[in-house]
Design a protein around this ligand. Structure first.
Ligand SMILES: [Zn+2]
Ligand SMILES: [Zn+2]
Length: 107
Protein backbone atom coordinates (compact mmCIF):
# COMPACT_ATOMS: atom_id res chain seq x y z
CA UNK A 1 0.00 0.00 0.00
CA UNK A 2 1.16 3.49 -0.81
CA UNK A 3 1.96 5.66 2.17
CA UNK A 4 0.94 9.27 2.41
CA UNK A 5 1.56 12.03 4.87
CA UNK A 6 -0.41 15.17 5.63
CA UNK A 7 1.02 18.44 4.39
CA UNK A 8 -1.60 20.50 6.15
CA UNK A 9 -4.05 19.93 8.99
CA UNK A 10 -6.71 22.51 9.69
CA UNK A 11 -9.08 22.45 12.59
CA UNK A 12 -12.18 24.29 11.43
CA UNK A 13 -13.75 24.89 14.81
CA UNK A 14 -16.86 26.66 13.56
CA UNK A 15 -17.85 23.59 11.56
CA UNK A 16 -16.41 20.97 13.89
CA UNK A 17 -14.26 19.67 11.06
CA UNK A 18 -10.67 18.62 10.68
CA UNK A 19 -9.44 19.11 7.13
CA UNK A 20 -6.36 17.19 6.12
CA UNK A 21 -4.47 17.90 2.92
CA UNK A 22 -2.24 15.00 1.86
CA UNK A 23 1.04 14.98 0.00
CA UNK A 24 -0.71 13.71 -3.12
CA UNK A 25 -3.11 16.65 -3.06
CA UNK A 26 -6.00 14.65 -1.68
CA UNK A 27 -8.17 16.54 0.82
CA UNK A 28 -10.22 14.80 3.47
CA UNK A 29 -12.70 16.44 5.81
CA UNK A 30 -13.29 14.59 9.05
CA UNK A 31 -16.08 15.49 11.44
CA UNK A 32 -14.65 15.58 14.94
CA UNK A 33 -17.22 13.09 16.27
CA UNK A 34 -16.22 10.73 13.47
CA UNK A 35 -12.53 10.99 14.32
CA UNK A 36 -13.25 10.51 18.00
CA UNK A 37 -15.45 7.51 17.28
CA UNK A 38 -12.55 5.83 15.51
CA UNK A 39 -10.03 6.68 18.20
CA UNK A 40 -7.40 3.95 17.84
CA UNK A 41 -6.41 3.66 21.49
CA UNK A 42 -6.78 0.35 23.31
CA UNK A 43 -9.45 1.81 25.56
CA UNK A 44 -11.69 2.62 22.61
CA UNK A 45 -10.78 -0.24 20.33
CA UNK A 46 -10.22 -3.08 22.76
CA UNK A 47 -8.15 -5.90 21.41
CA UNK A 48 -10.33 -7.17 18.61
CA UNK A 49 -9.37 -7.05 14.98
CA UNK A 50 -12.57 -5.29 14.00
CA UNK A 51 -12.48 -1.52 13.81
CA UNK A 52 -15.02 -0.18 16.26
CA UNK A 53 -16.91 3.05 16.14
CA UNK A 54 -17.40 4.36 19.66
CA UNK A 55 -19.97 7.10 19.68
CA UNK A 56 -19.09 10.02 21.96
CA UNK A 57 -21.88 12.56 21.65
CA UNK A 58 -20.65 16.13 21.78
CA UNK A 59 -16.99 15.17 21.36
CA UNK A 60 -14.92 18.29 20.91
CA UNK A 61 -11.40 18.46 19.68
CA UNK A 62 -9.11 20.57 21.78
CA UNK A 63 -5.64 20.16 20.40
CA UNK A 64 -3.76 18.53 17.54
CA UNK A 65 -0.20 17.44 18.17
CA UNK A 66 2.22 15.78 15.80
CA UNK A 67 3.78 12.52 17.00
CA UNK A 68 7.17 11.97 15.43
CA UNK A 69 6.79 11.98 11.69
CA UNK A 70 4.28 9.19 11.44
CA UNK A 71 1.22 10.09 13.46
CA UNK A 72 -1.09 12.71 14.94
CA UNK A 73 -2.36 12.87 18.48
CA UNK A 74 -5.81 14.37 18.98
CA UNK A 75 -6.60 15.68 22.43
CA UNK A 76 -10.25 15.99 23.34
CA UNK A 77 -11.97 18.38 25.68
CA UNK A 78 -13.08 15.56 27.97
CA UNK A 79 -9.42 14.81 28.61
CA UNK A 80 -9.14 11.78 26.33
CA UNK A 81 -5.77 11.88 24.60
CA UNK A 82 -4.55 8.31 24.32
CA UNK A 83 -5.32 7.88 20.64
CA UNK A 84 -2.35 8.03 18.31
CA UNK A 85 -3.61 8.22 14.75
CA UNK A 86 -0.97 7.07 12.34
CA UNK A 87 -1.00 8.66 8.91
CA UNK A 88 -1.97 5.36 7.32
CA UNK A 89 -4.84 5.00 9.75
CA UNK A 90 -6.05 8.55 9.18
CA UNK A 91 -5.88 8.12 5.47
CA UNK A 92 -7.86 4.89 5.69
CA UNK A 93 -10.54 6.75 7.65
CA UNK A 94 -10.97 9.40 4.96
CA UNK A 95 -14.73 9.75 4.61
CA UNK A 96 -14.79 11.21 1.09
CA UNK A 97 -16.66 9.37 -1.62
CA UNK A 98 -13.62 8.36 -3.64
CA UNK A 99 -11.98 6.75 -0.60
CA UNK A 100 -15.19 5.00 0.34
CA UNK A 101 -15.31 3.17 -2.98
CA UNK A 102 -15.04 -0.55 -2.37
CA UNK A 103 -11.43 -1.61 -2.57
CA UNK A 104 -10.17 -4.90 -3.81
CA UNK A 105 -8.13 -5.62 -0.68
CA UNK A 106 -10.99 -5.17 1.76
CA UNK A 107 -13.07 -8.13 2.76
ZN1 LIG B 1 -9.48 6.35 22.63
ZN1 LIG C 1 -10.59 10.67 0.58
Amino acid sequence: MESHYPTEINHIKAEGLIRITWDDGHVGEYAQAYLRGYCPCALCQGHGVQRNFVSVPGARLQEIRPVGNYAIEFRWQDGHSTGIYTYDYLRSLCPCSSCKEPQSDSA
